[in-house]
Design a binder for this molecule. Sequence first.
Ligand code: PLP
Length: 407
Amino acid sequence: MIKVNENYSKIQASYLFTEIAHRVAAHQSANPGAKVIRLGIGDVTEPLAPAVVAAMHKAVDDESARETFHGYGPEQGYAFLREKAAKADFQDRGIDIAADEIFISDGAKCDCGNIQELFSDDVKIAVGDPVYPVYVDTNVMAGRTGANEGGRYGRLVYLTCDATNGFVPSPAGADGCDVVYLCYPNNPTGAVATLAQLQEWVDWANANKALLLFDAAYEAFIRTPGIPHSIYECKGARTCAIEFRSFSKTAGFTGVRCGYTVVPKGLVAYTKKGDAVELRPMWTRRQTTKFNGASYITQRGAEAIYSPEGAAQCRATIDFYLENGRIMKEALKSLGYEVTGGGDSPYLWVNVKGDSWAFFDRLLKEANVVTTPGAGFGRAGEGYIRISSFNSRENVLEAVERLGKVL
Ligand code: PLP
């Protein structure tokens, strides 16, 4: 008799986006004429940069001629992309990361979901609360979390991220943990961590033989000087951290699909006997066994992000989203709301001083504006809503006007 992986039954139903869709659909059918503005989504709205489009067109031409055709690519991704990423994202910023420590993938979600395969079943894991659900659910599927009781898994450690700690937890709460997921700029709170805060985590991880899984999917939104774009800006991070990067929000690749993961040489985890095992060869093995690479066309498109014109075009698009965020943040603040994020991040985390679903319903019914209730990201998200800056300027201005009338 075939038996199922019963860990799947422990996953909390992805209540959040299903429930939002349900409530929005009900509202729309009751109000067929209403123009609903969606500020809940985490997907980009602006098209690809022209330099990326041109590079992808050229790559299609390459694929159409025998002499320039590319089939299966190199295991870690094409050197042309890894070298440019290593140089622009790290070396030019004085960070010691080499091209052969970069693994190109089809996006950060797969990588931050798959990475847990490298760890033993009994590692103790810490996540932020609120949290990007992928970190949690992939460990639930793997049987590492125990049952869910009252919205929390018994074997996970939750690091509360709230106004009292500026939405950046300190390592004190992770004592005894082996693996910690960190995400800065954060989804959903939009908060950023300072170099000193990340350095504290790195020092803690090195002292405790723990591993940091650092999700930098939103680093391209950082504009404040001194805020770290990479965990490897911290001294000693090479021996305790893996970093995930995504081109999704950096360059509008949510539909194209490309990202990468950095696994430094010399980074180790331990066997039960205490022997050190290098993670980079393990990740190479994992990827070459289960993944056949991002397409040549995609990787040529990603390469173009690093050309001077591609970089300028992508930066301009992010500046556009950041301006959306600034407009909404100013408006909400002038209405008396505390807002985190929206500066170095595409997300605004708004303290609604009450039930987050009730506030969501109010904005939907009275302003025809869709947001994301913070409670859906974890217990500590209750009392907040997440607003996304990914939208047209026209919609943002209209949403702000409506919120001004309703709030
Ligand atoms: N990490 C975080 C924190 C995210 O918010 C997202 C997407 O929303 C991802 C990773 C996934 O990125 P990708 O599109 O590269 O899979």
